[in-house]
Design a protein around this ligand. Structure first.
Ligand SMILES: Cc1cc2nc3c(=O)[nH]c(=O)nc-3n(C[C@H](O)[C@H](O)[C@H](O)COP(=O)(O)OP(=O)(O)OC[C@H]3O[C@@H](n4cnc5c(N)ncnc54)[C@H](O)[C@@H]3O)c2cc1C
Ligand SMILES: NC(=O)c1ccc[n+]([C@@H]2O[C@H](COP(=O)([O-])OP(=O)(O)OC[C@H]3O[C@@H](n4cnc5c(N)ncnc54)[C@H](OP(=O)(O)O)[C@@H]3O)[C@@H](O)[C@H]2O)c1
Length: 417
């Protein structure tokens, strides 16, 4: 990495030429691509807005979190999980694994720098990536100039806070689930959990375990499957069945098995979508809930499933069925979104929702050396699949450039600085 001093920079920002790709994001995706590049001896720079690697896992997830798929589906390329790790590693174990991963592959991100814009400069065939420092009182800017750009900022970069009538008037605490750590401080409180994805279901369970009285808003429908069926991971079972059977049939089998375990979930307020869980995931990206105990608590009445919200009042919520609930606090488990549209000035690989236009497995590569890593809606398994393909592709371009002894484009345009 070569750095140009301020004197050389007419725009007043620091300019850095990166020999190799710039990777935006030091979560599992950015780390996995970095490791695969390191193995090939290709230099790179990782830019991370936070002050640490894996910031989603370290700073924006609740304490009781465990991986919800068996570890064999969650390990990153080139480093298996330690033998002694359980089948479903805890958040703490996963973070330790990622720390060791970064250390093993000597990955040292540029921390506290948030990418504000990235644009391909047609005149010199290079990417211009502008960052703003996220620490200190003066917000300094840096421009990274590179031939390849890997977007690894995650599907869950920002919490979604919906606009709900009267929410501003509600006098109790309102937080997004990204800021929820544990149910400890909610002891005795009536808590409304908005959203019934994996987050909403699990924190409802956590709240109940901490003697709070949670109600969970189920505004539409959701597939809840047991995390395990007869000691085998439901995900593993589905993968196995999919080798021989069509998706719709695997869906039917999973729903029959779920019915034997849970009964009809509609009886306690949880309607199932008409499309099966795997088909729904494939066509609409909606993840089924892998249950780890919340459903039993809903059945027993410890957690109450309620329909959609009409509006909030000072200390209550009105529901679409006309019922009013008195509540003390609200946790919005209303999902996440990608932040790519806010900074990447490109509309060929990425669509307006910040996900690649082409679905898995083909959404990882764009034009002019642009790559998308970790936007497959397949969790950590998708992260690894992307990283391997991206690093292989970059490796081929890199070798070809070396073979042809191509004059790097930056040398042709650098005189314009
Ligand atoms: C509560 C929760 C539990 C989950 N559990 C599982 C699970 O059990 N199994 C599973 O497979 N998946 C799970 N996931 C999905 C999860 O997103 C992936 O496991 C994984 O974290 C994705 O890695 P990533 O690197 O693509 O994204 P992230 O982990 O989100 O990392 C992206 C990084 O990019 C940084 N960044 C974002 N924008 C910028 C910017 N503009 N400039 C610089 N840096 C930026 C972020 O700070 C972050 O460090 C879970 C998600 C959540 C929210
Ligand atoms: N390891 C684990 O166990 C674990 C734990 C948590 C999360 N995760 C993963 O993290 C990702 C995000 O999960 P998530 O649960 O946070 O988000 P999510 O799956 O996007 O779920 C968001 C939920 O919020 C609801 N919602 C949104 N706006 C609403 C509103 N205005 N009123 C009522 N409900 C509203 C949605 O309902 P609709 O369906 O009606 O839109 C949905 O139920 C997923 O990939 C998930 O698998 C994994």
């Amino acid at each position: 990495m070569f750095s140009f001093s301020d004197e050389n920079d007419f725009s007043g920002r620091r300019c850095v030429w990166v020999n190799g790709p710039v990777i935006v994001g030091a979560g599992p995706s950015g780390l996995a691509v970095s490791a695969c590049l390191r193995e090939q001896g290709i230099p790179f720079v990782v830019i991370e807005r936070s002050d640490c690697i894996a910031s989603l896992w370290k700073k924006r997830t609740y304490n009781r979190l465990k991986l919800h798929l068996p570890k064999k589906f969650c390990q990153l390329p080139k480093l298996p999980f330690p033998e002694e790790y359980p089948k479903y590693p805890t958040k703490k174990q996963f973070i330790t694994y990622l720390e060791n991963y970064a250390q093993k592959f000597d990955i040292k991100p540029q921390f506290n720098e948030c990418v504000q814009s990235a644009k391909y400069d047609e005149s010199c065939h290079l990417w211009r990536v502008v960052t703003v420092s996220t620490t200190g009182s003066t917000r300094s800017k840096t421009e990274y100039i590179c031939q390849m750009l890997v977007v690894a900022t995650g599907e869950n970069a920002e919490g979604v806070v919906p606009e709900i009538d009267g929410l501003q008037e509600f006098s109790g605490e309102v937080i997004h689930v990204k800021d929820y750590n544990s149910g400890e401080k909610y002891n005795g409180q009536k808590v409304l959990v908005v959203g019934c994805g994996n987050s909403g279901m699990e924190i409802s369970l956590d709240l109940s375990n901490h003697n709070a009285k949670p109600s969970i808003v189920v505004r539409s429908s959701v597939h809840v499957l047991p995390r395990e069926i007869m000691g085998k991971s439901t995900f593993d079972l589905a993968m196995m069945l999919m080798k021989w059977l069509p998706l719709w049939l695997v869906d039917k089998l999973l729903l029959i098995l779920a019915w034997f375990i849970f009964g009809n979930t509609q009886n306690y307020g949880i309607k199932r979508p008409s499309l099966g869980p795997l088909q729904l995931k494939n066509h609409h990206g909606k993840t089924p809930v892998l249950d780890i105990g919340a459903l039993q608590k809903i059945r027993s009445g410890d957690i109450t499933a309620v329909p959609g919200i009409k509006r909030f009042n000072c200390n209550s919520v009105e529901l679409v069925n006309g019922e009013t609930l008195e509540i003390d606090s609200v946790v919005l488990a209303t999902g996440y979104r990608s932040n790519v549209p806010y900074w990447l000035q490109e509309n060929d690989l990425f669509s307006k929702n910040g996900f690649p236009k082409t679905p898995f497995p083909n959404g990882w590569k764009g034009k002019h050396g642009l790559y998308a890593s970790g936007f497959t809606r397949r969790g950590l398994a998708g992260v690894s699949a992307d990283a391997i393909k991206i690093a292989q592709d970059i490796g081929e371009v890199w070798k070809e450039d070396l073979k042809n002894q191509k004059v790097p484009a930056h040398r042709r345009c650098i005189s314009t600085f």
